[in-house]
Write a protein that binds this ligand. Structure first.
Ligand code: GLV
Ligand code: MN
Ligand code: MN
Length: 413
């Protein structure tokens, strides 16, 4: 039976990890940055050397394919992929695994001349991590990009998407031209590390993803009064940071006690202004994230948190402002892709279990245009979005083989 080459896949994972490598391990490779663009050039070279057709679309998505030179509805393709951008101080597998395993699958299929009725392609989607906009490249590919918002899209440190893309040689205002023609993709399946502890703790090597969470991010600003931190009596202060801190604690309590049971929330960005130890904070900005697989729960929690922000602001005698900055839609994976992977696991002698994804993925956009699904492998200690994110090499080999045979099954269906 045709199988992937782990040494070749492992050497490519190591090679890609050089771009944006950090001295103590892990990588920082935000989309459109110099290390990301070097990684893109390296990836294009690997795809070409493998004999694949390659192209980059106006949203910066990279493709390698066998049997097509562009997406056309007359010859629908089985697509895999993931992303080569990373979070700051991230690991070497989040995204890289799915892209490089996809390349390895196409290479092995070509080398062994394994028959397949449909063309096959691999994608590296741009800005999956959402530095400028959540799941940006796959959103453009699936026709879900709101072009009117391109000019206002920016990172939390104030870099505009149009400038970041221009620096990498792309015109952000043309990104929506990346939309693929309807019917051009017959199925999409993405291999990814689980990024949480469930598979490892259950001792199950393969996860078959049935749903993917939605993620809502809001910018919440509390505005109080900057004052002398020594001379202003404590009861006269209108401290914007304390209001923000109170809000964060109350939101956490609310989401844990009133969410669905799997709802989560995070405050990963806090800016205090003017930001000096001898000034009472005049304003504080938070980026508030919430996730749940149920769109109704997410919507309800968002409304309740907006009310909490107003309540907290009144209690601290400050003003509050809340603005939604991004929202991805929770998605259900395709039954066809899930059962294809389950049949493959039975043939390969691999135990598998269905689970929902608590992380966001490009596959959730792909569910809007085709049969899309995901395959997970266990993450060591459930760790991800940190420099010591890893999976065992045998686990990576099992996952890549599950991907290979799922693609072949979908290509013959
Ligand atoms: C993507 O990695 C996410 O934040 O879920
Ligand atoms: Mn990822
Ligand atoms: Mn990630």
């Amino acid at each position: 039976m045709v199988a992937i080459s782990l040494p070749r896949l492992a050497s490519r994972i190591d090679a890609l990890a050089r771009f944006g490598a950090l001295p103590g391990g892990g990588v920082t490779r935000p989309c459109w940055s110099a290390p990301h663009e070097e990684a893109r050039a390296w990836l294009l070279g690997e795809l070409r050397r493998t004999g694949l057709e390659t192209w980059v679309d106006p949203a910066g998505n990279v493709f390698g394919a066998t049997g097509i030179q562009a997406f056309r509805p007359e010859i629908p393709v089985v697509l895999t992929g993931s992303h080569i951008d990373t979070v700051p101080e991230g690991g070497i597998l989040d995204g890289a695994l799915g892209v490089l395993a996809g390349l390895e699958c196409l290479q092995v299929i070509n080398e062994t001349r394994t028959p397949h009725a449909r063309p096959l392609a691999v994608a590296a989607w741009s800005d999956e991590e959402g530095r400028y906009g959540s799941l940006f490249g796959s959103r453009a590919f699936c026709g879900l990009l709101d072009s009117a918002r391109i000019d206002e899209m920016m990172s939390v440190d104030g870099v505009r998407l149009v400038d970041a893309m221009a620096g990498a040689g792309f015109d952000a205002r043309r990104a929506s031209e990346a939309r693929a023609p309807d019917g051009a993709v017959t199925a999409y399946v993405e291999l990814h590390i689980e990024q949480g502890p469930r598979l490892e703790e259950a001792g199950v090597p393969i996860g078959v993803v049935e749903a993917i969470v939605g993620v809502r991010r809001s910018r919440v600003v509390f505005r109080g009064q900057a004052d002398h931190a020594g001379t202003t009596p404590m009861d006269r202060r209108r401290d914007a940071f304390l209001a923000a801190a109170d809000y964060a604690l109350r939101v956490r309590e609310h989401v844990v006690t009133r969410g669905s049971g799997v709802s989560v929330t995070n405050f990963g960005v806090v800016h205090v202004h003017p930001g000096a130890s001898n000034i009472v904070p005049g304003s504080t900005e938070l980026v508030h994230e919430m996730r749940d697989p149920d769109p109704g729960v997410l919507e309800r929690l968002a409304g309740e948190c907006a009310a909490l922000a107003r309540e907290v602001a009144a209690a601290h005698r400050v003003e509050s402002e809340l603005r939604l900055v991004s929202a991805t839609t929770p998605a259900l994976c395709s039954a066809r892709v899930q059962s294809a992977t389950e049949r493959v696991c039975a043939t390969l002698g691999l135990r598998c279990q269905r689970l929902y994804s608590a992380a966001g993925h490009d596959a959730q956009n792909l569910t809007r245009v085709t049969d899309a699904g995901m395959i997970f492998i266990p993450s060591q200690g459930g760790r991800s979005h940190r420099v010591d994110e890893m999976s065992d090499w045998p686990a990576i080999e099992r996952g890549a083989n599950a991907l290979l045979h799922t693609m072949l099954a979908l290509a013959d269906a």
